[in-house]
Design a protein around this ligand. Structure first.
Ligand SMILES: C[S@@+](CC[C@H](N)C(=O)[O-])C[C@H]1O[C@@H](n2cnc3c(N)ncnc32)[C@H](O)[C@@H]1O
Length: 475
C-alpha cells in the first residue's frame, strides 16, 4: 500500500464517500494533500473534522483531487448512434409526452449538451428535460457556461453544429432554446435520496457513463441498482462501453444492440423495494479468463490479422469498410425493439485503478496533453504486461482506463478488441474494432509510439471487424 498507513482511515472514508477505488498514485497524492491540509491535526482528528459541517470545503477539495473529469461532446458516437436508433427514436414514438433524462456524473456538461441535441433531433416533445448531476460543484459551474472550444466541436457532426451551436468569441455555445431544457444539481451517487424526475415516476433515460469504472465493485453494483430503481417502467440505463455489467440487477433486462448494450427496466414491473441494501457479491471484474496472461496474440483460433500486432506485419491490405459515423449508418438505422432480452455481456471491468496518476485531475479537461500522457502510460503498462504475462483482466482494465483518457487511442482499442476476441466475446470485440476504425478514419487517432502505423492499423481493424461480422452472419 502506497502512502502513510496513518491516513488509512481517511482514505477509507473517502472511498466510502465517493465510491471510488483509489489507485496507488492517487493514494500517494492524496496523502500529500492530507499532510498539507491537516495542519497539525492527527489523522483521526482530521477525519472527525472532515465529517463535520466545518470540514465541507476540505472534503470538496479532496474529492476534486480524486475525480477524473474527462468528457467530450458526442463521446462515443458509435454508442450514441445505437442509442438514437434503438432507444431514443422508438421511445419518442411511444411516449407522446416530455421525456425526462438524467446524466449522472456529467462532469463539465458535454454529455448534457449532447443529449439535448439528440432529443431535439429525434423530435422529442420540447418540454423534455435533461438533468445533469455530479459530485463536484466546481465542474457543474463550468457546465453552466455551455461554452465549448473549436476542438471539442470537431466531434459534433457539421449539420448539428450549425443547427445547435453559435459562435461566441473563440468558443461556441449551445443554443439558448436547448439550454433552458437542462438543469444541474450537485449530487453524490453514494448518497440518498436520488434526484426525482420532474413530475415523478422515474426517468425515461439515465446516462451514467465513465463514472462507475472508477468505483469499487460494491459501489458499482449498488449504484447500478439505485439507478435502476430511478428509471420509469420502460426506461433505459446507458453505461459506457467500458462498463458492461456482469450481474444485471433483476429489475433490468439487457438490450443487446449490434455494437452497444442498454439496460431496460421492463414495463409493468414493480421496482425492487430496497435496492440500496443489496451489495451483490462477486460482481467483480474477474470473469475467468481462458488463460492467464494477455499474450496479445490470440491463444485459440488466431484471427488472421492478429499477429500484425506483435510481430512483423505479414498480412496485406483488405478494403477497409467505412466506419460508423454519426448520424446513423444505414446498417444501424433499423430500430431494434427495446426490451429484447439477450445474454448479458460477459465481463465487468471493475475499477481497481492501475498506475494512473491522471486520476488526480482537479480541473475539467477535454482530451488534454496530460490525458494523452496518461493514456500512453497506461498503454505502455499493457504492452509491458503482455510481455511479462499479467492476467487478461488486468490488461483489460488498463486498456479501458487508457481509453477513458483517450477514447481515440486506436491501438489500445485494437488491442482491447483482440483481448475480448480471445476471451470469446466476439460482439464486444467487433464494437471495439469498429470504434478504432472510426477514430482512424475520422483522423482523430493520434499516432502513438507503437509498431503499427495508422494505415496498417486501420486495415487490421477493418479486417478484424469484417471477419467477426461475417462469421456472425454465417451462424
Ligand atoms: C470521467 S467523468 C464522465 C463524464 C461523462 N459522463 C462522460 O462520460 O463523458 C466522471 C465524472 O463522475 C463524477 N463522479 C465521480 N464520483 C461520483 C459520485 N460518487 N457521484 C457523482 N458523480 C461522481 C466525477 O466528478 C466526474 O465528473
Amino acid at each position: 500500500m502506497a502512502g502513510g498507513a496513518q491516513w488509512s482511515e481517511v482514505r477509507a472514508f473517502l472511498t466510502a464517500h465517493t465510491g471510488m477505488a483509489l489507485s496507488v498514485p492517487q493514494i500517494r497524492r492524496l496523502d500529500e494533500r492530507l499532510v498539507a491540509r491537516s495542519q497539525g491535526l492527527t489523522p483521526h482528528q482530521y477525519l472527525m473534522f472532515l465529517r463535520s459541517p466545518a470540514g465541507t470545503t476540505d472534503l470538496e477539495d479532496l474529492v476534486a483531487a480524486l475525480v477524473v473529469n474527462k468528457t467530450d461532446l458526442f463521446r462515443d458516437d458509435l454508442q450514441l448512434a445505437a442509442f438514437r436508433s434503438q432507444v431514443l427514436t422508438p421511445l419518442v414514438a411511444r411516449r407522446r409526452r416530455p421525456l425526462r433524462v438524467w446524466s449522472a456524473g456529467c462532469a463539465t456538461g458535454e454529455e448534457v449538451a449532447t443529449l439535448l441535441v439528440l432529443l431535439a433531433e429525434a423530435g422529442a416533445d420540447p418540454g423534455s428535460t435533461v438533468l445533469g448531476t455530479d459530485i463536484s460543484g466546481e465542474v457543474l459551474n463550468r457546465a453552466r457556461w455551455w461554452s465549448y472550444s473549436r476542438e471539442q466541436l470537431n466531434r459534433v457532426p457539421p449539420e448539428l453544429r450549425s443547427r445547435y451551436f453559435t459562435r461566441s468569441g473563440a468558443k461556441e455555445s449551445l443554443s439558448p432554446a436547448l439550454r433552458e431544457r437542462a438543469s444541474f444539481q450537485c449530487h453524490n451517487l453514494m448518497a440518498r435520496p436520488y434526484p426525482e424526475a420532474p413530475g415523478g415516476g422515474g426517468f425515461d433515460v439515465i446516462f451514467c457513463r465513465n463514472v462507475l469504472i472508477y468505483f469499487t465493485a460494491e459501489a458499482f453494483q449498488r449504484t447500478v441498482e439505485a439507478l435502476a430503481a430511478s428509471l420509469a417502467p420502460g426506461g433505459t440505463l446507458v453505461l459506457s462501453a467500458s462498463e458492461p455489467l456482469l450481474q444485471v440487477p433483476p429489475s433490468l433486462r439487457v438490450h443487446r444492440g449490434e455494437q452497444a448494450f442498454f439496460y431496460v427496466r421492463p414495463e409493468g414491473e414493480t421496482p425492487p423495494d430496497a435496492p440500496l441494501a443489496v451489495a451483490a457479491p462477486g460482481r467483480v471484474a474477474s470473469k475467468p479468463s481462458p488463460a492467464a496472461g494477455f499474450s496479445v496474440r490470440p491463444k485459440e483460433a488466431p484471427p488472421p490479422d492478429a499477429s500484425v500486432m506483435v510481430s512483423v506485419p505479414r498480412r496485406g491490405a483488405s478494403k477497409a469498410s467505412a466506419a460508423a459515423d454519426f448520424p446513423v449508418r444505414p446498417k444501424e438505422a433499423a430500430p431494434g425493439a427495446p426490451g429484447a432480452v439477450a445474454a448479458p455481456p460477459s465481463v465487468a471491468s471493475k475499477a481497481s485503478p492501475a498506475a494512473e496518476k491522471g486520476g488526480l485531475s482537479a480541473t475539467p479537461q477535454p482530451t488534454t496533453p496530460d490525458a494523452f500522457l496518461e493514456a500512453d502510460l497506461l498503454f505502455a503498462c499493457v504492452l509491458d504486461g503482455a510481455a511479462s504475462g499479467v492476467p487478461d483482466s488486468v490488461s483489460e482494465r488498463d486498456l479501458r482506463r487508457c481509453l477513458s483518457f483517450d477514447p481515440d487511442h486506436a491501438a489500445a482499442r485494437y488491442l482491447l478488441g483482440l483481448l475480448l476476441e480471445q476471451c470469446r466475446r466476439a460482439a464486444e470485440a467487433t464494437g471495439e474494432y469498429r470504434r478504432a476504425l472510426q477514430s482512424l478514419e475520422a483522423g482523430r487517432a493520434r499516432p502513438v509510439p507503437f509498431f503499427l502505423n495508422p494505415d496498417r492499423l486501420r486495415i487490421a481493424c477493418a479486417h478484424a471487424a469484417e471477419r467477426l461480422e461475417s462469421s456472425r452472419r454465417k451462424r
